[in-house]
Structure formats: C-alpha cells, structure tokens
Design a protein around this ligand. Structure first.
Ligand code: CTP
Ligand code: MG
Length: 230
C-alpha cells in the first residue's frame, strides 16, 4: 500500500444547539472541568501530533467568542442548519490538504492516540476510515407507533465515533454528489459505493449528547486527576 504523508486538516463541527443536553449555551461551549468541549476537542487534535490545521465550525453569533478562546492558527467559520451544512461550510475553506478528518466537538474526551491512529490508516493508503465499537445492547428497529419491526444481528452492528478520516478528494465528492441526510460523514461516502474501513474506537470518544453523558464526562475527568481536569 502506498505511503502518503500529505497535509491533514481537521474539521470540528461545533455549530449545533445541544437541544438534548438542554444547557443554556450551545453544547460545544459548555464547560467541562474548566475548558469548553470545543476547546478540549481542538486540544486533543493538536496533541495528537497528526493534524496540521484545525477548522472549527460554530454558530454565527459565537464566531468572535470562539476565536478569542482558541489557540492562534485555528480557523473559525460559521455553521449551518444541519450538521452536514456545517461540515460543508468547513470543507469550503479547506485548501491543499491531502486528508480531512471530521471530528465532533461533542466527543470532547477523545484520546489523541485515536486521532493519530485514524491518520496513520489514511497515510497507509486507506481512503475512508472510521473508529467503531461493538454494541452491548440488542438493537431493535421500530415503526412510528413503536412496534418492533426487526432485530438486526448484534454481532454485525457497530457504534460509530469520530474522528472520521477521508482523502479530501473523496469527502468533497461525497458532499458534492450525494443528496439526502446522513448522521455521519462516512454514510455519504458509502452511498458513493466507496469502501469505508473500520478501526477499533475508544470508550472515551463517546458523544456527549444528554445530561447523563455530561455527568459521565465530569466524573471521568474528576477521576483522572489534575492533568486532564482543567
Ligand atoms: N453540529 C454542527 N452543526 C449543526 C448541528 C450539529 O456543527 N447544525 C455539530 C454539533 O455541534 C456536534 C456534532 O455536530 O459537535 C454532533 O451533533 P450533535 O451531537 O447532534 O450535537 P447538537 O446538534 O448540538 O445536539 P442536539 O442534536 O441535541 O441539538
Ligand atoms: Mg444534532
């Protein structure tokens, strides 16, 4: 497989409102042990040593706030209505990168080592790479009334995390050619018929979505001591 060490850009979608979390500020701006989720996600990307440029995508009215609170060199742009619109806005300012990562601000505790592993797979020649974990629960499909319509085989199911990594060419093509919504970026790439490679994810890369998740994140930070704590 070819070795490719071109520039890596990370897009950080952080323009959601965090409705399910229900805090008074948009989710990415919620503090977690003295640092916002967005700041933690950006710091993790920079600490990985595998990312050359970080582009964060935030609500329009928080652009100045984000710029003031993030390290120099981080690019800040306005997001859109849906997550895909925000990713598209980030992608539009990417110039000259070989690879693009898309990494949710909501996965604020993602270990830098996972980020480095995704990039290593891209550099080894993969064109689309996503971290996944097996699911513990049995998953059912249901209809609008809540009646069960099926039980997918659990051994074939995976919970998907970020960062998801792509060649810039492939992600651009997916966002240009695929219509409809996907809850992750790889979902668009799959619809092009392209192969998406999975690697083993990390429990700490869980998405902070609900108040329960926020409690879990704060407990985890409290246990890890001063290094991660602030
Ligand atoms: N996101 C975004 N632009 C949007 C919607 C979401 O950049 N229009 C980002 C979020 O900020 C988050 C990531 O995409 O970092 C994953 O989305 P999710 O966890 O659903 O966050 P929110 O949309 O903020 O939460 P909710 O759906 O509960 O409102
Ligand atoms: Mg959302």
């Amino acid at each position: 497989m070819s070795e490719n060490r071109g520039p890596v850009v990370a897009l950080v979608p952080a323009a959601g409102r965090g409705v399910r979390l229900g805090e008074s500020v948009p989710k990415a701006f919620v503090e977690l042990g003295g640092r916002s989720m967005l700041r933690r996600a950006v710091d993790g990307l920079l600490e990985s040593g595998a990312v050359d440029t970080v582009v964060v995508i935030v609500p329009e009215d928080l652009i100045d706030t984000a710029r003031a609170r993030l390290p120099d060199g981080v690019v800040v742009v306005a997001g859109g209505e849906e997550r895909a619109d925000s990713v598209r806005a980030g992608l539009s300012v990417v110039d000259g990168a070989e690879f693009v990562l898309v990494h949710d601000a909501a996965r604020a505790l993602t270990p830098p080592s996972l980020i480095a592993r995704v990039v290593a797979e891209l550099q080894a020649g993969r064109t689309a790479v996503i971290p996944v974990l097996p699911v513990s629960d049995t998953i059912k499909t249901v209809d609008v009334l809540g009646a069960v319509t099926g039980t997918p085989l659990r051994s074939e199911l995976r919970a998907v995390q970020t960062p998801q990594g792509f060649t810039t060419e492939l992600l651009r093509r997916a966002y240009r050619d695929v219509n409809g919504d996907a809850t992750d970026d790889a979902g668009l790439v799959e619809r092009l018929g392209e192969r998406v490679r999975t690697i083993v994810g990390e429990p700490e890369a869980f998405k902070i979505t609900t108040p329960w998740d926020l409690t879990l994140a704060r407990v985890l930070l409290g246990r890890s001591g001063s290094e991660q704590g602030s």
